[in-house]
Design a protein around this ligand. Structure first.
Ligand code: 3PG
Length: 307
């Protein structure tokens, strides 16, 4: 009987845990939960007899793989897998997967909420602005921005997107105007929403050159990863453009400085919460179990990311 460890430093909602257990019991799999841990040693101990591992933003580095001799598959219940050491996974013959799309609606809804929050002066009661009639630039056009585009169009925004990996039809069928370059993303939007993964190429890629192209009163929303921002350049952009506002779902590194200098114009969630909904937890949690069963029983590698 294969054993699955569900290791979530940030636990799934109770309803999702119930659904995950039901799926595992139906598959007749053994399982254990490790929730709210703070010491990696707890993960190392818990994973020692696991055949499969489900995680969220939990770090799965070489030490975790070394502690898990039976591990065959790790599934990131979510989209971004920058927390998994893919090279070591491959070297150890472990399949790594994500669950694309399963928590995307939740993240898109949070981005809309943040756009409104910033447009309305963080709900300070003073006169703000509306989203309707404004241009929204999406940097990346994967699952989250596709949900976001639909919502934004419902509000009456004009939606633009840049993603070099997609065909023209993908944009056309959604009524989204395709942008041809990263620079166009920054020039076009009254609102800019970031949806790129954190990779060696994208880390600190939102830099002085790109900030300089933005409109003076732009609102930027980052529900992607803090690492894609050059935070020193962000400070300079906030200094240079007196109406530029920035909101992110996960605190930047230089929170104290940003708060002190630009309090009214910056916002971040206290803890990453884009995917923190009952629905997203249900979807991503259950999909993770099904992908594990699909792989262990039938060799299905559909969502493998370490190819
Ligand atoms: C993701 O990559 O799916 C999101 O950033 C959500 O991450 P979380 O599961 O840690 O909330």
């Amino acid at each position: 009987m294969p054993k699955v460890l569900i290791a979530t430093e940030k636990p799934f909602a109770a309803g999702a845990v119930t659904k995950i257990k039901a799926e595992l019991e139906q598959a007749k799999y053994d399982y254990a939960f490790l929730e709210s841990y703070t010491d990696p040693a707890d993960l190392h101990a818990a994973v020692k007899d696991a055949d499969a591992l489900i995680i969220r933003s939990d770090i799965v580095d070489e030490a975790v793989f070394n502690a898990a001799p039976n591990l065959k598959i790790v599934v990131r219940a979510g989209a971004g897998y920058d927390n998994i050491d893919l090279k070591t996974a491959t070297a150890k013959n472990v399949v790594a997967m994500n669950t694309p799309g399963q928590n995307s609606n939740a993240v898109a809804e949070l981005a809309i909420g943040m756009m409104i929050y910033m447009a309305r002066g963080k709900f300070n009661g003073k006169s703000g602005t509306e989203l309707a009639g404004k241009k929204l630039s999406l940097y990346g056009y994967g699952y989250v921005p596709r949900f976001l585009a639909k919502m934004a169009k419902g509000i009456g925004m004009d939606v633009y997107a840049y993603d070099p990996y997609l065909k023209d039809e993908q944009f056309a069928q959604d009524g989204v105007t395709r942008l041809q370059s990263v620079e166009d993303v920054f020039k076009t939007g009254d609102y800019i929403s970031l949806h790129i993964p954190a990779t060696a190429d994208t880390k600190k890629s939102i830099n002085d050159q790109l900030f300089a192209l933005m409109k003076d009163n732009v609102i930027m929303i980052n529900t992607a990863r803090k690492e894609v921002i050059d935070e020193e350049a962000l400070v300079r952009a906030l200094e240079q453009k007196a109406k530029f506002r920035y909101a992110s779902d996960v605190a930047p590194d230089n929170t104290a400085l940003l708060e002190e200098k630009f309090g009214e114009r910056v916002y971040w969630t206290p803890k990453k919460m884009g995917a923190q909904t009952a629905e997203a937890n249900d979807n991503a949690g259950v999909a993770s179990v099904r992908q594990i069963v699909g792989y262990l029983e039938n060799g299905d590698k559909t969502f493998q990311v370490n190819k």
